[in-house]
Design a protein around this ligand. Sequence first.
Ligand code: SAH
Length: 353
Amino acid sequence: MAKKNLFGYTFEAMRDEFVAMGETSYRAKQLYTWIYKKRVFDFDQMTDISKSFRAALKEGYCLTLPKVIVKQISGDGTTKILLEMEDGAKVESVLMRYSFGNAICVSSEVGCPMGCDFCASGILKRDRKLEAHEMVGELMAMNLLIAEEGVSVTHIDVMGTGEPFDNYENVMTFVRIANNDNGLGIGARKITVSTCGLPEGIKRYGREGIQINLALSLHAPNDEIRNKIMPISKAYPMDQLIEALRDYQQNANRRITLEYILLSGVNDSIADANALADIIHDNDLSVLVNLIPYNEVKEKPYKRSKREDVSAFFDQLKKRAIEVTVRKEFGHDIDAACGQLRAKTILGGKADE
Ligand code: SAH
């Protein structure tokens, strides 16, 4: 039987499994300390654990991490890595350096099934969902890489390739592992999950009972525009999304980030800004609108909005009393857009420059 990867265990699951093996409930705390605090992955070096239990661990479990096969470091310090999983699946993760900390952008699936028309991730078909231990692997691989600088990952955005709510259970297991104080202890408020808009996932997320953040990739103020750029919008139109957001807000009582990529001539008019403000006000949504400069993708027809159109859109939202920011751009000199590095590596340079 294949060994089970301990990076996929929540603290509680590990504790229960070890107790069922006849060990004390303290074993999980020891293991979490070794792997997440001391970063020791060799059972033989875990000296406060009995020899017999170490033997049992070696027999049934592993602590395998993905392999870093490509590493790109941008002038601004943004670090992008391409990881290879045990079955050969390739996944991207990115680390962005902010004044407030180091945020990793984690992929949740191998490729993405959502097919947003502007996004490089959809160029390759989705192969499979990622296991929780593989997402923890993204985080640990990044931590090991930046350890030499004396820093570690402080914030998590599940905003890389894939749709997290298409892989709900594994994503939440990953979040709970990263959040647990016996290990990495990354605060729930420093963790954000971004969805393209799956209403059931949004409602469920609001009931998780921890203070994690929700981001919604809205990108359009109405179904007409959204249907053109995001096929998922045909299955879940705007009214269903709004209903889910209201439900989320009732349960989680947290401000939602609305992501809005500005695409020239598609969704960046003043009328679009007003329509967006109307939806927000009409539904009493507590939101921050994050305007995203589009990273152009060679295979796609979309262009980023002109600087003056971005300013006008921003100003109009401000005028309408909406909280709004423009996303800081990172890693322009590397394959910054979601899925670009992966597509380029797999397609041998055909996907993007
Ligand atoms: N499926 C999830 C998370 C992954 S995409 C979601 O849709 O939210 C993460 C964010 O990057 C989304 O807002 C997505 O629309 C955006 N994005 C995708 N391609 C982009 C590009 N080329 N330039 C800028 N943002 C992009």
